[in-house]
Ligand binder design. Structure first.
Ligand code: FES
Length: 159
């Protein structure tokens, strides 16, 4: 058997991005009601410049973000997922954000095992008064995912 049949070319993300110059990523953000959602609201009412690519899902706490929600978002076509909540020590349910941190770490490992770039899942802490921080987080993540190109997680993990 020729050697070429054993080797497959590595996926070239830059080619994918070049093929889709107008690619606009869709990011699903699970945000805690008490901190990041309030910061997002502040960013909006203060008219801070932020990318419109993010779809917010308001949760009472990041500790309530079941890993299934993240997988469902990726399988349904999201190019990336953001989970964001109160700073460590500020969770309104004592330790929900610590639980979220452990889950997201594990989920990143699982997703990487399936070939999904770990930059497609991000966990951040954004306090209620940090509207500017929220806008910066969103803008940075959108730029990063735009570089990565469209996610093929939906097709890779289809059952
Ligand atoms: S209440 Fe905000 S992360 Fe728990």
């Amino acid at each position: 058997m020729p050697a070429t049949e054993h080797t497959q070319p590595a996926p070239d993300q830059s080619a994918a991005v070049a093929a889709m110059p107008d690619f606009e990523p869709t990011i699903v953000a699970f945000v805690c009601n008490w901190c990041t959602y309030t910061a997002a609201d502040l960013a909006g009412t203060a008219r801070m410049v932020q990318s419109p690519n993010v779809r917010l899902v308001r949760m009472m706490c990041t500790g309530m973000v079941d890993p299934k929600y993240v997988l469902k978002a990726l399988l349904s076509g999201a190019d990336a997922v953001l989970v964001s909540g109160c700073h460590p020590g500020d969770c309104h349910y004592i330790n929900g954000n610590y639980k979220a941190r452990r889950r997201i770490k594990l989920l990143k490992e699982i997703l990487t095992g399936f070939g999904v770039d770990e930059r497609r899942l991000k966990l951040t802490w954004v306090g209620a008064s940090e509207g500017n921080e929220f806008a910066e987080t969103v803008n940075h993540m959108v730029a990063e995912v735009r570089e990565l190109g469209p996610s093929d997680a939906r097709t890779m993990m289809a059952i």
